[in-house]
Design a protein around this ligand. Sequence first.
Ligand SMILES: CC(C)(COP(=O)(O)OP(=O)(O)OC[C@H]1O[C@@H](n2cnc3c(N)ncnc32)[C@H](O)[C@@H]1OP(=O)(O)O)[C@@H](O)C(=O)NCCC(=O)NCCS
Length: 183
Amino acid sequence: MIQNYNQILVENKTMYTERLKLRPFTIDDAKYVYEYASDEQTVKYLTWPMHKDIEHTKRVIENFYIPYPGTYAVEENVSGKCIGSLGISINDKSDSVTYGIAINSQFWNKGYATEILTKAIKFTFEVLKAKKAHGEHLIGNDASGKIMLKCGMQYIGKGLIEIRGENKDTHQYAINLSDWHQI
Ligand SMILES: CC(C)(COP(=O)(O)OP(=O)(O)OC[C@H]1O[C@@H](n2cnc3c(N)ncnc32)[C@H](O)[C@@H]1OP(=O)(O)O)[C@@H](O)C(=O)NCCC(=O)NCCS
């Protein structure tokens, strides 16, 4: 480990892209998060289960989003609405960073996830000063793979993740600091 990553995340709780604000979640986001977390299409390829009611969403925000720096609400500038989430997870032994992005399906194909991932990778190498950025998606989630390629990651092969006791195949992508400078 070369950085105090957690401290850097705490110091960068809010970030901006051209059309979005990435900021800490609040409990007031619950109605917006529930809108996409209870949508079958949005959660189809995610590792977490569909939310059954808004109380479920409130518990998730309180227990898993608010306490963890690196978990960002995605707020659309034009509507002021929380339309998704970004998770930045750091493995400090390997100095590598992994991302999780979810966008409300009503806002798909506007380039938002590409904008978020571009910012997250720039943050990874310029601010966190990590050595590697990594991402993976369940097989079939081709839009996710496309975004990672558009943001400069290379396909590195198949992987496996366990979701609620079941092994699922994934496709994995990565980019190293040395390659990112060449983009
Ligand atoms: C994956 C996800 C984050 C993409 O968000 P988004 O804001 O719609 O992404 P963007 O608009 O930046 O880019 C989507 C790209 O995928 C393409 N695309 C959309 N559906 C596709 C599909 N079924 N197959 C291949 N490409 C597809 C779009 O054409 C676009 O590429 P383009 O800009 O070159 O035209 C969004 O679909 C989502 O939240 N899905 C549910 C959660 C999820 O699966 N998260 C990723 C977990 S690994």
